[in-house]
Design a protein around this ligand. Structure first.
Ligand code: 2AM
Ligand code: CA
Ligand code: CA
Ligand code: CA
Length: 276
């Protein structure tokens, strides 16, 4: 497609280049940054590396696609209202890049090797490219709409568990414990007895990539934003899985309470969450 080629680089090639450059850079800065700012609550950390990574990605995308719109976590004030406003502002963009420069900053700060760079491109609100990069394991997850999902060039597909009781699932705690923790615990209490086990590893984007790769049967979380989910949603869909909100509506950029799975267990997972 002609419009996909500007300066001889495809959308996907630019997304991959950005994610790997940013990933290498953040990895090289581990332990070398000042005490993080307390962004919103005492649990929501943001480092100078989050901001630097976003700047790097934004600049690189800007040189290839100067007319595209950009939504990155560090350009938005904390809190759900500001996120909704920021998304609304770019909602009729033809091409929109959606970036989380470090997903899993708490892990990053503690050198717990489960964090990622998440980059998606949406066309008229529909995600068409999704890239999640895990610098700790040097794993690059890439999906293009209609063309499948790949980890380092190898086709991914979702896991085969047909029932919750065989399933390994993951969830996350939003950093704003005060508001969300009780709801989170209720959901875990509802799901945990029905599954093989639950993981809470700290990067929503990487959890989504793991569902796509068949390493997790499912993932759910409340209070997320477009930059946490956009890239991962395409990975899961292109790997043959299902992504909805927690009432079962199909994924769109405004979804905050997500459920993603191999498809087989989706109904059961939503049912369990309903009882929370
Ligand atoms: P972050 O590291 O980019 O902030 C952890 O379960 C997931 O929740 C991570 O993807 C994390 O992304 C995200 N997260 C952390 N704090 C949050 C907050 N205050 N609101 C919404 N999501 C948050
Ligand atoms: Ca954050
Ligand atoms: Ca995030
Ligand atoms: Ca982040």
């Amino acid at each position: 497609e002609n419009e996909q080629i500007i300066g001889s680089k495809s959308f996907t090639a630019v997304a991959v280049n950005c994610a790997s450059k940013a990933g290498e850079w953040i990895k090289s800065r581990i332990g070398q940054f000042a005490e993080p700012d307390l962004k919103h609550s005492m649990h929501d950390l943001v480092t100078e590396v989050d901001k630097g990574s976003e700047r790097l990605i934004r600049n690189l995308i800007g040189t290839h696609f100067p007319h595209h719109s950009f939504l990155g976590e560090e350009g938005v004030e904390p809190g759900p209202e500001a996120s909704a406003r920021a998304l609304e502002k770019v909602s009729d963009a033809e091409y929109l890049w959606i970036v989380d420069p470090i997903d899993g900053t708490t892990n990053y700060v503690h050198d717990f090797p489960f964090y990622s760079v998440s980059i998606a491109l949406a066309r008229k609100g529909q995600v068409i490219v999704g890239v999640v990069y895990d610098p700790s394991r040097d794993e690059l997850f890439v999906a293009e709409r209609g063309k499948g999902a790949y980890v380092h060039g190898k086709r991914m597909s979702i896991s085969g568990e047909k029932a919750l009781r065989q399933s390994l699932v993951a969830t996350g705690f939003p950093a704003d414990h005060t508001a969300a923790l009780p709801a989170n615990l209720k959901q875990i209490q509802a799901v945990a007895p029905q599954v093989r086990n639950v993981r809470v590893a700290g990067s929503a984007a990487l959890h989504m990539a793991y569902v796509a790769a068949g390493r997790l049967s499912g993932f759910w979380e409340i209070g997320l934003n477009a930059w946490d989910l956009a890239a991962g949603s395409l990975l899961v869909e292109e790997a043959g899985g299902r992504v909805t909100d927690q009432s079962g509506e199909p994924y769109h950029l405004g979804v905050r309470n997500v459920a993603a799975s191999n498809g087989w267990i989706h109904g059961e997972l939503l049912e369990a969450l309903k009882k929370a």
